[in-house]
Design a protein around this ligand. Sequence first.
Ligand SMILES: *Cc1c(COP(=O)(O)O)cnc(C)c1O
Length: 336
Amino acid sequence: MHLARFPRLSLGHFPTPLEPLPALSAYLGGPTLYIKRDDATGLATGGNKTRKLEFLLAEAVAQHADIILTQGATQSNHVRQTIAGAARLGLQTHYFLERRVDDFGEEYQRSGNVLLDDLLGGERVDHLPAGADMPLAMEAHAEQLRAQGRRPYVIPGGGSNATGALGYVAAAEELLYQSSQQRLRIDHIVHATGSTGTQAGLVAGLAATHSGIPVLGISVRAPREKQEENVWLLAQRVWQKLALKGEVPREAVRVNSDYVGQGYGIPTAATLEALQLLARLEGILLDPVYSGKAMAGLIDLIRKGEFGKQDNVLFVHTGGAAGLFGYRQWFERQAE
Ligand SMILES: *Cc1c(COP(=O)(O)O)cnc(C)c1O
């Protein structure tokens, strides 16, 4: 595997810390928990999209793009990081938002990531209803721009294509290096999975290095079979891009979709509990859409005895805390 073959920019602070979670581990009574702080990638409050954007925006530059297009849900962390990364290159971002969750009120519509998108200088082209064909909207806008002589570079939702997922192949190398430096045996990796790039990259990178570390994605949206299929398809494309022999073993792709609750972006009681636990025991801010749900899943699986007491479990914190400010009313409801 030779990642340096692909164009890459430096947009974040890497390596991100890999640290123990002593208070949470003690609270749960084992396994021993660790955290990979991909919330701390440094780009405009950070998050997992920064790794993908190092490869995606490098490709945009290589193609002489003069404007970036992307899309996401209203409180998208991906859109925020894309605008920030492009700004550093002197490129503007045109973006589309989808009202994927609809009736959360004023702060959800205006604060959190939405406020930051604006501050970072992105230009919102449209705010479309739930279920809108977002790739189509982007392609139509890209066509218009091309007709005006512009050179748009279109980044899919979540930055999840084979180029973006290379960011998580790099993350796999990074965490393996840290684990050997720290003499830390990692028995399991757990993280939130949505648009699939994070898990596809990790799984491909960990398989390519024959690490033998199992990865479990906690789905924030799709049912297990569908999410596993989509992760696997992307992992295979990453594998081909890396010109590796054979294929990604299907059984290396494991997803649990038991913690989605009512749907994407709708926190469950367990999500709010996980947010509070990490905040109060470890001083770490999770987010209500992704990392909070994934941590709620991890805690529940621990309570059900799914991990050995002697295991070392690494949680990848994928970021998103900026979105908390769009969710104030959920914490008030809980307090009632
Ligand atoms: C996008 C995102 C994820 C999911 O990563 P995918 O690569 O889309 O599966 C997880 N956590 C946060 C905070 C995100 O913004």
